[in-house]
Design a protein around this ligand. Structure first.
Ligand code: UDP
Length: 521
């Protein structure tokens, strides 16, 4: 990345192309015309131009295995966000020069890690430095390799779009507090969960790449596209459109409506439906549209950021009341109680003029937003953390520095710790955020003694250790009684307590690269 910007971009587009063909080769079962059974490919190790040549081995990816089969629905409106993230991660690791092995079946998993003979004499059992999987992949691994999976526990990174909060992750806490979830109770360190967006500081933000790398020909075509009085509706499945006709009628008063929907017969007749199309076609449609219309579902996908990257505004429906596992069928089984305030909270934070919030059931509100949008133009916008360079920078540093196998290493650097006392009843997530900082759970152990709190001007009269709360370390303001955490898996940024003052480990972050502190580079 130290080359000139132009050289870097050329180099990146070359390696991305190389990585993409590698992904194609590795996941042949994603080809709709290919009916051959799954066969995971083996990525060639790359002659990297980058100095970091640490081998790493991503392991089983649950959702792409034939046993789970989600990848197969990619061609008829199934979830694609996770596949975007997987292919970006695979490409990133390849570009960074790591030795990369992909497993998309339980048999391959057993060959890679469990010593099963592959029929290929040159393929030894692997000793991975890192294993990337998802929750279903971990469950497959625990079942397929019951005697050895724990050996890899500290090397595992779980791709987990919506995040896993510490109380749901902690197996006995979850059981004892009625927080059961088919995806919880994994007892990993919460930072081992890698999310799609930076929504839960207890987890690590992995993200994905929005910036596409087209061929010269595709680029020329995209650049020649003129913006029209057109809206593209965000909804691959006709079921997402159900009950939204009045909302779409209002938008249709001002704009031609287009869609990429699996079943065009079930949507309003004035919509031009293109069916499920390839990524380049989605980008072309976004280039010629003024607004990308959210239907309030799916939540937190990549597509709204792709809209902004193509200079197309996102119309983001508010969720009123906010949705969470407490009131929503979709979030019911998710291992967190995060409240989702709109279809896309990350886009919500970007705000106008790129993202307009709308109450879908209020036609006056919808008209207000649409009229404002058609009278403005926006420049294409991608937050740095979703660019190619941003993803490479973040993943590279995470691989080099984040280490859950060695308890003597500490990252991020302790020099970035800023201790802030919360108001009674406030969480550390909100407390740090108010100061323009982010809660850094890796620092909790450094605040977990009376001695360390004294360094920050907090003098404990009496102390106690407890494994019964998620808000520790904390103290009672009147009695100066301090309570410390006895179970490190219960440190949590997101919880609060009505009578205790939390002591919060905050850190700074690089603008538009929230996963990294300023001194992390
Ligand atoms: N996409 C696509 N073809 C389509 C519609 C969407 O390739 O017809 C792509 C879109 O560009 C994005 C990805 O699918 O990169 C994921 O889209 P979405 O935000 O809908 O997330 P999901 O709900 O699928 O996880």
């Amino acid at each position: 990345l130290s080359e000139t910007a132009q050289d870097t971009r050329r180099l990146l587009s070359q390696v991305v192309k190389e990585a993409e063909s590698m992904v194609d080769a590795a996941l042949p079962h994603l080809d709709p015309v290919d009916t051959e059974p799954t066969r995971a490919g083996h990525a060639p190790s790359m002659r990297s131009k980058f100095p970091q040549d640490i081998p790493s081995v991503p392991g089983p990816s649950g959702i792409v295995t034939d046993e789970i089969g989600i990848a197969r629905s990619a061609f008829n409106g199934g979830p694609l966000g996770e596949l975007v993230q997987w292919s970006d991660l695979v490409s990133t690791l390849h570009i960074l020069g790591h030795h990369l092995h992909l497993s998309a079946s339980i048999t391959d998993l057993k060959i890679f890690l469990g010593g099963l003979k592959s029929g290929c004499p040159s393929m030894p059992t692997l000793e991975p430095n890192l294993i990337y999987t998802d929750i279903l992949g971990l469950q497959q691994m625990q079942k397929a390799l019951p005697n050895i999976w724990s050996k890899y526990q500290c090397k595992i990174r779980i791709l987990d779009s919506f995040g896993t909060e510490p109380d749901f992750n902690h197996v006995s806490w979850a059981k004892g507090h009625n927080l059961s979830s088919p995806y919880g109770g994994l007892n990993l360190i919460p930072l081992q969960f890698y999310t799609m967006f930076p929504h839960t500081p207890d987890n690590t933000f992995l993200g994905f790449v929005v910036q596409p790398h087209w061929s010269d020909e595709e680029n020329k075509k995209l650049e020649s596209i003129k913006r029209k009085n057109q809206a593209l509706v965000y909804g691959k499945r006709a079921s997402f459109w159900k009950g939204k006709t009045a909302y779409l009628d209002t938008i249709h008063k001002y704009l031609d409506l287009h869609g990429t929907v699996d079943n065009g017969a079930l949507i309003p007749s004035y919509v031009t439906n293109h069916g499920i199309v390839k990524g380049a076609e989605v980008h072309a449609l976004l280039r010629e549209s003024k607004v990308f219309v959210g239907l309030s579902f799916p939540f937190e996908g990549p597509a709204p950021l792709e809209a902004l990257a193509n200079g197309c505004v996102f119309l983001n429906p508010r969720l009123n009341p906010p949705q969470s596992r407490l009131n929503s069928e979709f979030f019911k089984e998710k291992p967190n109680i995060r409240e989702v305030t709109s279809q896309h909270p990350y886009a919500e934070a970007i705000g106008e003029p790129y993202v307009w919030m709308v109450d879908m059931d209020n036609s006056t509100d919808v008209e207000r937003a649409v009229k404002a949008i058609i009278n403005q133009t926006i420049e294409p916008y991608i937050p740095y953390e979703f660019t190619c360079e941003g993803m490479l920078q973040r993943v590279n540093i995470l691989i080099e520095k984040q280490d859950f196998c060695n308890s003597t290493t500490s990252w991020p650097p302790l020099s970035t710790l800023q201790v802030v006392t919360a108001e009674v009843g406030a969480s550390c997530k909100d407390t740090c955020q108010k100061q323009g900082l982010i809660c850094e759970p890796a620092f909790f152990p450094h605040l977990n003694s009376a001695q360390s709190l004294a360094n920050y001007g907090i003098n404990c009269q009496t102390t106690e250790h407890s494994g019964g709360y998620l808000v520790l370390p904390a103290y009672d303001n009147n009695s100066k009684h301090c309570v410390f955490q006895s179970d490190p898996l219960l440190f949590s940024c997101v919880r609060s307590h009505l009578s205790w003052t939390r002591v919060c480990p905050c850190r700074d972050y690089i603008k538009d690269q929230i996963a990294l502190c300023k001194a992390c580079l």
